[in-house]
Design a protein around this ligand. Structure first.
Ligand code: HEM
Length: 402
């Protein structure tokens, strides 16, 4: 069954409007942004697998006058924006914290947190999925892993909301008041979170504990410890990457089942379908809609020549609807023969947290299905979506349980 969530809920979502505009176009230059939009699956895969030509260091192209505080170097320690060889070293460091065994061992704790959160839902026949479960669960998990108090999560939420509330894209060619305000607000959120984490990093230096922050503080790269700002920025990325996307994964999966009731019944009856259903909802409603790269030299993409030093927005959400790779891309089908979606990226930056996000999704959905035989959206109370066009996900999802 094809359902146009865009029509039903007014969802802005990239995969609809981008591919709807010109499905045959794989790449185009967006004059108003001064960047290239790339939509095709094979084209994006090629880009993500070639870090020498397509660098992740996007900050080098953002004019300094677009930054409210040019001294604040956003790229320090952010693994997402590192290229080889430094990227490989950082990646090795953090991979140790996310080995299959470390992640698998988290399963009982994830189940316990899910039950605790659902036990606390006010009596009645309503569940606000994001507020009661999809937001707090991944935040508590990543906060506990890092070793920062999970009770501070309302603080994180305020800062993170600031960082993502803007619907504006950063344009490389035009600067307006809205963009300035959006960037300033985003940077304020980022700095507040960094200051908060800095306090915890300093504490770990004095008093080590059994947590990821301590491991990062004690970690050595080429015989040298990471700098304070490296550790802070690294923790910052983990805290951010570790929760907002997983919140969207959970909300989107529940929304996909609400709009495809036949699958709701099948998945509830056969829980072995939960993992492929999660993969299909990641394809169908891709949380992190675009990843950015910059060209280090002239390159050909989908038959188009792109000069050096250009910014590329690779719309993985659009690629996940590429009919060359996914037959009937607008059909929600958890049992499709192959599902090589790009929701977690590809190549050297492939999401480190993918096993954790998949585990949280499986455990939480299984428990939700056990505890609530019915979960439905409420007529007159539609879900609310993230306003940032790079994010596809619910931020409010009121459900009835009867
Ligand atoms: C990288 C998506 C959950 C940590 C990425 C990338 C994507 C992504 C698309 C690649 C970015 C690029 O190539 O530029 C998602 C989605 C998630 C999720 C959709 C949930 C559904 C998580 C979790 C964590 C995490 C739970 C950590 C606990 C990271 C890190 C990277 C990353 C550290 C950078 C890896 C590198 O640069 O080598 N994620 N992510 N993510 N993700 Fe996730």
């Amino acid at each position: 069954m094809t359902s146009t969530l865009a029509d039903t809920w007014g969802l802005h979502e990239a995969q609809f409007w981008l591919r709807g505009k010109q499905p045959e176009r794989r790449i185009e230059f967006a004059e108003e942004l001064g960047m290239w939009n790339v939509y095709g699956h094979p084209e994006i895969e090629t880009i993500l697998r070639d870090p020498a030509t397509f660098s992740s260091d996007t900050t080098r192209l953002i004019p300094k006058d677009l930054m409210p505080d040019p001294d604040y170097d956003m790229s320090t320690g952010s693994i997402l924006q590192l290229d080889p060889p430094l990227h490989n070293k950082m990646r090795k460091l953090v991979s140790r914290a996310f080995t299959p065994k470390v992640v698998a061992d988290l399963e009982p704790r994830i189940a316990a947190i899910t039950h605790e959160l659902l036990d606390a839902v006010p009596a009645g026949d309503r569940l606000e999925l994001v507020e009661h479960l999809a937001y707090p669960l991944p935040v508590i998990v990543i906060a506990e892993l890092l070793g920062v108090p999970a009770g501070d999560r309302t603080l994180f939420k305020g800062w993170v909301d600031k960082m993502f509330e803007s619907a504006n894209q950063v344009s490389l060619v035009k600067k307006d008041e809205n963009q300035d305000a959006a960037i300033r607000s985003s940077m304020e959120g980022q700095k507040a979170l960094a200051d908060y984490l800095g306090v915890h990093v300093d504490e770990r230096r004095k008093q080590p504990r059994e947590d990821l922050l301590t491991k990062l503080v004690e970690a050595e790269l080429d015989g040298e410890r990471l700098s304070r700002s490296d550790v802070v920025n690294f923790a910052n990325i983990l805290l951010l990457a570790g929760h907002i996307t997983t919140t969207m994964l959970l909300g989107n999966a529940v929304l996909c089942l609400d709009t495809h009731r036949e699958w709701d019944e099948r998945v509830r009856a056969d829980r072995s379908l939960v993992p492929p259903m999660i993969e299909e909802s990641l394809r169908y409603l891709t949380p992190f809609a675009a990843v950015a790269r910059t060209t280090t030299r002239e390159a050909e993409i989908g038959g188009v020549t792109v000069p050096a030093d250009q910014m590329l927005l690779c719309w993985v959400a659009a690629a996940n609807r590429d009919e060359r790779v996914f037959p009937h891309p607008d059909t929600f089908d958890p049992l499709r023969a192959e599902n090589p979606h790009l929701a977690f990226g590809r190549g050297i930056h492939f999401c480190i947290g993918a096993p954790l996000a998949r585990l949280e999704g499986r455990v939480a959905l299984d428990i939700l299905f056990d505890r609530y035989p019915v979960l439905r959206t409420i007529t007159g109370e539609p879900p609310k979506f993230q306003v940032n066009p790079n994010m596809t996900g619910v931020r409010e999802l009121p459900l009835t349980t009867k």
